[in-house]
Design a protein around this ligand. Structure first.
Ligand code: DP6
Length: 330
């Protein structure tokens, strides 16, 4: 059995947002979400199984050399051991990525998807994506979706995500990620979700409305209708932001640069260019467009003040993949 693998996984950007928990302990989502797993960005995890008798110590997950606090990673490691009982020994994970961590670019989604996939690979279970998704969800619910390439959904209360459409479903579709600010977010998404659920008078309305928005977005995605998708995708993130702005104390991830991008995008749409944004728990703006319109969108965002090297182009991509280390014969 191979005892070390190197795997990569890409972020899952929600078109319809998961925001709020049906069960905090189990980390089950309160709202249904549908997302695109993108190419271009990835987290990489070297997952090693060491022999406890060799003084390997305890399970450890590091990101860019810093240990992830036990409180954050323990429930995930417990779920991983439960779902993969064949995994014996001490687990060491060294993770990194090709994009800034904790800045609202879904790094926890790609991180936990990579680690769950890597651990499953070590014991020949990487084909069981439902299981890998269940494990990843305990780390971060958005990570459950990142286990699948293309487009995937995580329904309200679900333990695992489900594949919706392959990456080649919509060859014209492109995503332009505008990195407005790379500093770590002031409030981590998990804390923000909790504060919103505890203090925003709009939270219950958000959860009630989410299923209808999810259905609109899913239908528009299947129909490859970018304007319909964009309109409802925008509603999803702005209603999510509404719960944050109405929390006590309020949470506002918008930076001046984000607002400048939003206005530039409105101008593009007024000019007939397909350019619809979504945002997450951070200041970055993700723009859905087409391969044809992308150069116009890029030029407008540069003119709005985003340096060209802070604009990342992406399309729908693959689920997690093995970079090194042979999986055992199944
Ligand atoms: C705004 O998956 O990071 O990106 O499950 O608490 O780890 P935890 O939260 P996380 O939240 C992602 C929220 C979001 C929307 C989304 O990806 O659906």
């Amino acid at each position: 059995m191979s005892d070390s693998v190197v795997v990569r996984a890409s972020p899952s950007f929600a078109l319809a947002k998961y925001w709020g928990k049906a069960d905090r302990e189990a980390n089950l989502p309160a709202t249904p979400s549908i997302a695109i797993t993108i190419d271009s960005l990835w987290s990489q995890a070297t997952v090693t199984l060491a022999d406890a008798s060799d003084g390997a110590g305890v399970d450890l997950v590091t990101v860019d050399g810093s240990a992830v606090p036990a409180a954050r990673v323990s429930p995930f490691l417990i779920a991983l051991r439960k779902e993969l009982p064949e995994l014996r020994g001490v687990l060491h994970v060294a993770a990194t990525g090709n994009f800034p961590q904790a800045a609202g670019l879904a790094s926890s989604a790609s991180l936990f998807a990579a680690v769950a996939f890597g651990a499953a690979s070590l014991v020949g279970r990487a084909d069981d994506l439902q299981r890998v998704s269940r494990i990843a969800r305990v780390g971060s619910a958005s990570a459950a979706r990142a286990v699948f390439g293309g487009f995937s959904s995580l329904l309200a209360g679900a333990e695992a995500a489900q594949a919706e459409l392959n990456a080649d479903h919509w060859p014209q579709l492109r995503l332009l990620v505008a990195i407005v600010d790379t500093s770590a977010k002031p409030v981590p998404s998990r804390d923000a979700m909790e504060r919103v659920a505890a203090t925003s008078p709009y939270y219950d309305a958000w959860v009630r409305d989410a299923a209808a928005t999810y259905r609109e977005i899913r239908d528009a995605l299947y129909a490859r209708d970018l304007d319909r998708l964009g309109e409802h995708m925008r509603l999803s993130y702005l209603r999510m932001f509404g719960t944050m702005l109405s929390a006590a104390p309020p949470i506002n991830y918008l930076r001046p640069g984000s607002v400048a991008v939003l206005h530039a995008l409105q101008q593009l749409r007024d000019d007939g260019i397909a350019a619809w944004e979504t945002m997450d728990a951070g200041p970055q703006v993700k723009v859905l467009s087409t391969a044809t319109d992308l150069p116009r969108v890029r030029a407008a965002l540069v003119a709005s003040g985003i340096p060209g090297d802070r604009l990342i182009e992406a399309a729908a991509g693959d689920g997690p993949w093995l970079v090194a280390g042979e999986p055992p014969p199944s």
